[in-house]
Design a protein around this ligand. Structure first.
Ligand code: GLY
Ligand code: MN
Length: 460
């Protein structure tokens, strides 16, 4: 938890950014896994955490945008509950810690909101992502489930994005910590993985680091010999000599800030010659992207630089041909790099993604619909205080290659006869996290080895 002043300031600034009305911020409920009392690990809603700081289930925060006053709705534990859960701080003491003026029982929330509606007040809420919260908002405000996203407040969405996207000094400290732990997760895997192990053994080693730091995983671990599948969460393969291992994993700190790193290493002690060359090309794209990070540069340009590096570099392997600018406009690079170079990171690993990429990543400008570019989550101009990932990669996806080849898609830029030979190569990427500073950018956390020699040294 940050200081009382930090939360009070955030709520004051949010209230000031709105034209008036009430701001409704429901915290999360426990979420059942297979029966009501067997729940997933509790994760508080990030917007609630940002403005109200209290990491407990079944609370709702309301900020009056006209008066600036805040109310926390919830209930203290009964003695019968304490028998099972132990004592928790009283809501009054928690509210005091985050500078909230008033606490009210949860049972008063519905009438509080209906009274405000009857008085003609506007009630702003953010597009919910959990069905229990959809049901609650629906019953409180009389909005049909289907219309929930459309009636969510654009004014509130833009104000929250505007605040949360600029990280404060104390948030950057927390993100540094998250990335530091994330780097330890990767180092553990790079030292541990050996031929004959299952991917799940490596994944367990990685998870152990995050859990022993008293945090959690920021997202499900990707630990795979099939790095060409972008979000591959299957860990059942046995890793074998000759394979490349792709790890994409990050820690969430006790205070719920995320890290997100990717590394690729040979299952053997050394890369093969071809692996080394493709790895180096992906690393060149990564470093070219990193060198562009500074205020005023549009992240879309950073992405296109990574795409161009990959497209040009693959010419040496006989896979690509023709004018790179024209190829990029046509989207030919996306056969090998069908996703984006990075995304915002903060309390959420894809920070604020549920508030809409159009606002989080594009300042309201509609995003490209082209295959590849449509998966770039961040395109807008960088500003000091942004925290983001850089993660270009090279992927040989057999199904995509087959489809494009059968259509002769963009064959003026793609040499399918040679590409065919790479169908079993897999995929690779490196990922690091950066904060944009006044002058440029600073990598968060400690550096992972990136060079071929650096990675191989860890594997010996
Ligand atoms: N770390 C997973 C992703 O960025 O999508
Ligand atoms: Mn990422």
């Amino acid at each position: 938890m940050f200081s009382k002043l930090a939360y009070a300031e955030r709520r004051k600034n949010l209230a000031a950014a709105l034209s008036g009305g009430l701001i409704l911020l429901p915290g999360n409920e426990e979420s059942p896994m297979n029966y009501a009392d067997n729940t997933y690990h509790f994760r508080q809603d990030s917007n609630f955490l940002y403005y109200f700081g209290v990491d407990q289930a079944s609370l709702t925060g309301v900020i009056d945008a006209d008066t600036g006053e805040s109310v926390l709705f919830g209930d203290d534990l009964t003695v019968e509950m304490i028998v099972w859960t132990g004592v928790l701080p009283s809501l009054t003491s928690l509210a005091e810690k985050v500078g909230v003026e008033r606490v009210k029982p949860a049972s008063e929330l519905a009438s509080f909101l209906s009274g405000a509606l009857a008085a003609g007040r506007n009630i702003h809420y953010l597009n919910p992502y959990r069905s229990d919260i959809v049901l609650k908002i629906s019953s409180w405000l009389g909005i049909k489930h289907q219309g929930m996203a459309e009636s969510s407040s654009l004014e509130l969405t833009k104000a929250v994005v505007g605040q949360r996207e600029i990280k404060s000094k104390e948030e950057i400290d927390e993100l540094d910590r998250a990335v530091e732990i994330s780097a330890d997760m990767h180092l553990a895997a790079m030292r541990f993985a050996r031929p004959g192990m299952r991917e799940s053994e490596v994944a367990a080693k990685v998870a152990e680091v995050a859990l022993s730091a008293n945090g959690n995983l920021a997202f499900p671990i990707i630990a795979t010999i099939h790095g060409q599948t972008l979000h591959n969460h299957y860990h059942g393969n046995t890793i074998q000599s000759g394979d490349l291992f792709l790890l994409d994993a990050g820690a969430e700190t006790e205070n719920h800030y995320s890290g997100d790193l990717s590394s690729t290493f040979p299952v053997d002690r050394k890369f093969t010659q071809l692996q080394k060359e493709i790895y180096q090309l992906s690393l060149d794209a990564h470093l070219a992207a990193v060198s562009m990070l500074k205020p005023g540069t549009a992240f879309k340009e950073v992405h296109l630089t990574a795409c161009r590096t990959i497209f040009e570099g693959l010419k040496a392997f006989g896979l690509t041909k023709g004018n790179a600018d024209e190829a990029l406009v046509a989207g030919a690079h996306a056969l090998f790099f069908p996703c984006g170079t990075g995304h915002m990171m903060g309390l959420d690993v894809h920070d604020m993604e549920n508030l809409g990429e159009q606002w989080v990543g594009y300042d309201g400008v509609p995003k490209s619909t082209q295959f590849g570019l449509k998966s770039l989550r961040l395109g807008k101009e960088l500003r000091p205080g942004y925290v983001l990932t850089v993660e270009p990669g090279i992927y040989f996806i057999p199904e995509l290659i087959d489809q494009w080849k059968s259509e002769g898609h963009l064959s003026q830029f793609l040499n399918y006869r040679e590409i065919e030979k790479f169908k079993n190569f897999g995929g690779l990427r490196n990922e690091e996290d950066f904060v944009i500073t006044q002058e440029g950018a600073r990598r968060l956390g400690k550096a992972l080895p990136l060079t071929v020699e650096g990675v191989e040294a860890l594997r010996s």
